[in-house]
Design a protein around this ligand. Structure first.
Ligand SMILES: Cc1cc2nc3c(=O)[nH]c(=O)nc-3n(C[C@H](O)[C@H](O)[C@H](O)COP(=O)(O)OP(=O)(O)OC[C@H]3O[C@@H](n4cnc5c(N)ncnc54)[C@H](O)[C@@H]3O)c2cc1C
Length: 565
């Protein structure tokens, strides 16, 4: 079974410590139970119990210390990080968030050449510390160029930091806060570390109403020396972007964890509820919503797993991950919203009940497309790869499933964030050609129509500058990449053809939907509109396949998991 089920956790691990981390984390939450989990959520209780558990078990130290800085089992291993993120969000996005912002806070530290700060971070991890990433500012949102936090030289390698940061997770209790700013005078970017217990650090307030502490903090002429600086100039800028590259990938895994738990609750509820003399799961529209939710969720997971393989093979010579990573961030998280919407339509009032995990899922799933770069910011990034993806092909060595115990060194040495348009890709066509399934075939015809739009009715200069138009175009391009990643993994995970075809039933409808969007944009030309109409296709219905997917995959999950009370 591809979905996480904490009751039957049978994943293969290359080492015992990785298994132990996952099983103990699951055991912590199951012991805590759903009633207390929800009480803490409603009471907005700081998760001290979870952080105590993490400290006692050395969990963040194992998971977040690169090889060489911690114990023998410590390494930065994307394969096990994915699963850890999934488990945390399965039990609550708040638990995932305190870990996630620690990952972000550690990013510029592990990327730095400042060995003293790296050793200090490793020690703080062993002590059970959490970390924070101070990038965002209240007035500037996604516009990081406009950063106002300023570091002014005060002579002989000393500085004074002044400014404010906003929406900074863990900034109340972090052992180290990685803070982004500019050097006074030169305007050069700089990353430095501050300590929330310092008298010149003011934790102004929590700006959210939740268990998380998402802070506004201010530095009031906070004194620093060269020893507190992580990076300057291009290195600081690259550290900001490259940290977000690593971190934002985890948002897809949070969506997967949330949707999986919500799915179990929904199927358990609907399958045992009788209305008008029948089970709710016997209503044809309910069945359809469950099948769509399930296949979308499986696709989310296949894509995120495959993108992780590309993160692990990444090198200066293979930067394809820079496309697949924002696809996970933007598409997996918005698919997560769609899954919850479908399930919520099924469970209806039950989704509001205070004792249900679902109530948290319905709220929290909305956050993931918005954190660490909105959907728009990520599509704007993704379209930069479009020409390379379709036209600049070169062979790469095959990428197998990358589940070995290895430290992903390159992630902390990604180099300049420039040159995205020059990245070459392997040809996607053979990936699709390897499948002879009706809906894959329809999808391939849709891609052909999209490519023709791009080559025969190429967007003009005005359209290329119109972000609204580009968003609609980008949504279709994302679907092509998404479908490629799905197919690359279906064989690796032995997904049966019926399920694959059912996934493509959804993808065909999605292309049609975005083709209608693009058709309706004010500047779309008649020639482009013709290509859009060719992209609007009906999936191939196969009642026997649909019924098999329902019985063997979806309905089969009834009773498969229920959290301890
Ligand atoms: C709960 C929570 C926790 C957070 N934790 C942290 C944290 O720990 N550390 C941290 O540094 N930040 C954190 N953030 C900030 C988060 O990363 C920002 O929300 C995000 O960068 C977007 O900024 P914004 O929400 O202010 O949107 P804005 O930047 O104000 O965007 C407004 C609109 O403009 C669009 N837009 C902006 N730029 C572009 C572009 N280039 N192309 C296309 N469209 C664009 C956006 O999509 C959006 O629709 C957190 C935010 C929240 C809500």
């Amino acid at each position: 079974m591809i979905l996480l089920n904490p009751r039957q956790h049978r994943r293969a691990y290359p080492d015992e410590r990785s298994r132990e981390v996952m099983l103990r984390t699951i055991a912590f939450f199951e012991r805590k139970g759903k009633r207390r989990l929800k009480e803490d959520d409603h009471g907005r209780v700081w998760y001290a119990d979870f952080l105590e558990f993490v400290k006692n078990e050395g969990i963040f130290a194992t998971m977040c210390t690169p090889a060489g800085y911690g114990g023998p089992e410590a390494r930065w291993d994307t394969w096990r990080i994915c699963e850890f993120a999934e488990i945390l969000a399965f039990y609550g996005l708040q638990y995932w968030y305190t870990w996630q912002v620690s990952v972000l806070g550690l990013g510029p530290i592990w990327m730095s050449r400042n060995e003293v700060l790296k050793r200090r971070a490793a020690q703080r991890l062993r002590d059970g510390g959490i970390f924070a990433f101070g990038l965002s500012e209240k007035e500037h949102g996604a516009d990081v160029y406009a950063t106002e936090m300023t570091l002014s030289p005060t002579g002989e390698g000393t500085y004074s930091a002044r400014g404010r940061k906003y929406y900074i997770g863990n900034a109340n209790q972090a052992a180290m806060v990685s803070t982004f700013g500019k050097l006074a005078g030169t305007g050069e970017y700089v990353f430095f570390v501050v300590d929330p217990t310092h008298e010149k650090y003011e934790c102004v307030k929590n700006v959210v109403n939740s268990q998380n502490f998402v802070a506004e903090f201010a530095l009031h002429d906070y004194p620093l020396t060269e020893a507190d600086i992580l990076a300057k100039g291009d290195d600081a800028w690259n550290a900001a972007l490259n940290t977000v590259n690593i971190g934002k990938f985890n948002l897809g895994w949070a969506s997967i964890g949330i949707c999986t738990h919500a799915f179990y609750e929904a199927i358990n509820h609907a399958a045992s509820r009788r209305l008008y003399g029948m089970h709710v799961t016997d209503f044809p529209h309910v069945k359809r919503m469950f099948v769509d939710a399930y296949v979308r969720l499986v696709a989310m997971k296949l894509v995120a797993l495959r993108a992780a393989d590309y993160m692990r093979v990444a090198s200066p010579d293979d930067r394809r991950y820079l496309l697949y990573n924002p696809v996970v961030k933007m598409k997996v998280t918005t698919q997560g919203e769609q899954v919850i919407d479908l399930l919520w339509d099924v469970v209806a009032a039950k989704g509001f009940e205070k004792d249900m995990y679902f109530e948290m899922a319905a709220r929290d799933i909305r956050a993931l497309p918005k954190l660490e770069g909105t959907v728009h910011v990520n599509i704007a990034l993704i379209v930069k790869f479009m020409a390379g993806y379709f036209l600049n092909h070169r062979p790469y060595p095959p990428v197998p499933r990358r589940d070995e115990a290895a430290n992903d060194d390159f992630l902390f040495d990604q180099g300049p964030a420039r040159g995205l348009g020059q990245i070459a890709f392997h040809d996607y066509a053979p990936v699709f050609a390897g499948y002879h399934l009706p809906n894959v075939a329809v999808f391939v015809e849709q891609i052909a129509a999209f490519r023709e739009l791009m080559t025969a009715a190429t967007p003009d200069e005005t359209q290329r500058k119109d972000i609204d138009f580009l968003m609609a175009l980008g949504e279709i391009f994302v679907l092509v990449v998404y479908a490629q990643l799905v197919l690359e993994n279906t064989r690796l995970y032995a997904v049966d053809d019926g399920l694959v075809d059912q996934i493509f039933d959804c993808l065909v409808r999605d292309v049609s939907r975005f083709a209608v969007e693009l058709h309706g944009k004010p500047t779309t030309t008649p020639a482009q509109m013709d290509h859009c109409l060719r992209m609007i296709r009906k999936p191939v219905a196969d009642p026997a396949r649909y019924e098999r997917v329902w019985q063997e995959h979806v309905y089969a999950l009834k009773g498969a998991y229920q959290m301890n009370e």
